[in-house]
Design a protein around this ligand. Structure first.
Ligand SMILES: C[S@@+](CC[C@H](N)C(=O)[O-])C[C@H]1O[C@@H](n2cnc3c(N)ncnc32)[C@H](O)[C@@H]1O
Length: 217
């Protein structure tokens, strides 16, 4: 796989958390102008609420990134076994700095398109803001499905195209060129078709150009 993604996330690792959480006035403006004000903090809260605080199973967080949205929840899930996986060692090192002290959390540098786990390993697979970055999306769908147990939950959020002209312009002309996003991107209808091939009980919602959902294997 190209090093474009690794380099992109290496160069942005110091501003990533600020932009995603709208920590500064510039980040707030960026989100307001280019993302119709869609608040990643709110979407993170919604999708993390699918996982109860007494969850005691196994969970794969892919891509874990810097754990900016998951830190507070993961540290509380002490009965669970959480695996944080990311392709970028730079992003993962920040997740480790946040969560490395917890014995119920392990860290793996790897590729979602070739997961180093046996079939049916996890009760939950969470993919927050990942599929718009993953280069091999078909493999990412089939690998996350493969490692999920039958009856397990696949929970995710990411960018979909066709909702906002300015967001689509930004993604195509800037974010994809820099390597933070990787085409092709699906529309909501195309994603629904993909999910139907793999999953049942699909609870899917959109907020601006971000889709978020929970479904069962
Ligand atoms: C936008 S960040 C999302 C991180 C985190 N889930 C969050 O919401 O803040 C996208 C992440 O995808 C990772 N990534 C890109 N391609 C990947 C791949 N093939 N396998 C695993 N992780 C990948 C990048 O390294 C980056 O950390």
């Amino acid at each position: 796989m190209s090093d474009k993604i690794k380099n992109a996330y290496k160069s942005s690792k110091n501003i990533y958390d600020d932009v995603m959480t709208q920590g500064s006035i510039f980040s707030k403006l960026y989100i307001k102008i280019f993302w119709s004000g869609t608040d990643d903090n709110e979407i993170a809260k919604k999708i993390l609420s699918y996982i109860p605080y007494d969850f005691s199973g196994s969970l794969l967080d892919v891509p874990a990134g810097t754990a900016v949205f998951t830190e507070k929840k993961w540290e509380k899930l002490e009965k669970a076994a959480i695996t944080c996986l990311d392709y970028s060692a730079d992003m993962l090192s920040q997740a480790k700095a946040r969560l490395g002290a917890y014995r119920h959390i392990t860290f793996v540098q790897g590729d979602v398109g070739n997961l180093p786990m046996p079939d049916e390993t996890f009760d939950v697979v969470l993919s927050m803001n990942g599929f718009h970055a993953f280069p091999e999306k078909d493999k990412a769908f089939s690998e996350t499905f493969r490692v999920l147990k039958t009856g397990g939950a696949f929970i995710a959020c990411f960018y979909i195209k066709g909702k906002s002209k300015i967001t689509d312009w930004l993604v195509k002309n800037i974010l994809s060129k820099k390597g933070w996003f990787t085409p092709p991107f699906q529309t909501e209808d195309e994603l629904k078709e993909t999910l139907k091939k793999y999953y049942k009980d699909i609870d899917i919602n959109t907020d601006g150009s971000i889709v978020y959902f929970c479904c069962k294997k």
